[in-house]
Design a protein around this ligand. Structure first.
Ligand code: AVJ
Length: 335
């Protein structure tokens, strides 16, 4: 048991020194977003404990092809990937937005079976997810060195830059890159690149362009789980910021723009109403059918990814895909 303690540790960058959660940024972002002529809320606030559970359910939906497609990519190509990553000596395997790490575990098992010398650094904004993950890894892959980090991506990258030297392989899976606007995505990949040395690698998971019907259904499922996931953001605001959103007067609405490759999600107010926020002391007016934009999930072409990589100091090494070519996991070399 003592030995396990040294193999698994968790640091929480999302808590302040006194142990309290930093809700100031959340309060600020919500107040700003609701004051805009075109209201918006950042999608990164979906993932409280309830939101993380709902996202787990989304990943099991028949319509949400992304997780199954990427699982197939990693499962089919895990041997090639493992040889690729562990060519020489010790390295840090950094997993940005690890969540339940269901897909990463395929790689972790492959690397462990080959007795590769590495430690695993899962990073996620959900503290609950990281506690659960370290627990499950302890059981499923005993002996694996795990250093979990709870925090926002940028926060975590800065921590990484200062605390971990040596060769790195960074995983950014699940098409999480798709939540950024294209320009923001480039800035973000450049930040990752700043934490790396030439020869380090980034495995980038991207959802590819495909039949718009298939994409739209993945974000507007028949069981209404994605709707509940989107609406949970309003429940979270009520709970954490003292809001009085009447959540049942809002509905989930999703649309896909096939030219931009942009899946867009909204919460639409079904009635004219006012919402009060204790955290800002302000009231926010909604007209009937006014919408709050809550998320974009971009879909990519392989050419787009290659171009993006070059702008950020990477070059495409290998493209791995599933049989349907729905999804790609791309090995990028830091140049
Ligand atoms: C976790 C950002 C990859 O955009 O597909 C799922 C989140 N939103 N259903 C995505 C999400 C609605 C998901 N990512």
């Amino acid at each position: 048991m003592l030995q396990d303690l040294t193999q698994h540790s968790l640091i929480d960058l999302s808590r302040k020194d006194d142990g309290s959660r930093d809700t100031a940024a959340f309060a600020h972002d919500v107040a700003t977003g609701l004051s805009l002529a075109q209201k918006k809320l950042p999608s990164r606030y979906f993932y409280d404990a309830k939101g993380s559970r709902l996202f787990q359910q989304i990943m099991e939906l028949p319509e949400y092809y992304l997780t199954r497609a990427e699982f197939e990519v990693l499962n089919t190509h895990r041997q090639a990937m493992a040889s690729h990553f562990a060519a020489e000596g010790f390295f840090h395997l950094v997993d940005l937005g690890a969540g339940d790490a269901l897909k990463t575990k395929l790689l972790l098992r492959e690397l462990t079976q080959r007795s590769k010398d590495f430690d695993y650094i899962p990073i996620d904004i959900s503290g609950d997810a990281m506690v659960q993950l370290t627990g499950s890894l302890q059981e499923e892959i005993p002996g694996l060195q795990v250093q979990a980090v709870v925090g926002e991506y940028i926060q975590a990258l800065e921590w990484l830059h200062h605390h971990k030297t040596g060769p790195k392989v960074v995983l950014f899976l699940g098409s999480n890159i798709g939540n950024f606007e294209p320009e923001e995505g480039i800035v973000f990949l450049q930040r990752i690149r700043q934490c790396l040395d030439p020869g380090d690698k980034l495995l980038l998971g991207v959802d590819l362009r495909k039949n718009p019907d298939t994409i739209l259904k993945a974000y507007d499922d028949a069981a209404g789980i994605t709707a509940a996931f989107n609406l949970n953001l309003l429940h979270r605001i009520n709970r954490e910021l003292g809001g009085d959103f009447k959540v049942d007067q809002f509905r989930h609405f999703a649309l896909y723009d096939p030219q931009a490759g942009a899946m867009k999600s909204y919460l639409v107010s079904e009635e004219a109403q006012e919402v009060y926020l204790k955290s800002s002391g302000e009231r926010y007016k909604f007209e009937a059918w006014e919408a709050i934009h809550t998320e974009n999930s971009h879909k990519f072409t392989l050419n787009q990814v290659e171009e993006m990589a070059l702008l950020c100091g990477f070059k495409v090494d290998t493209v791995y895909q599933d049989k349907n070519e729905y999804f790609a996991d791309i090995v990028l070399d830091a140049s």
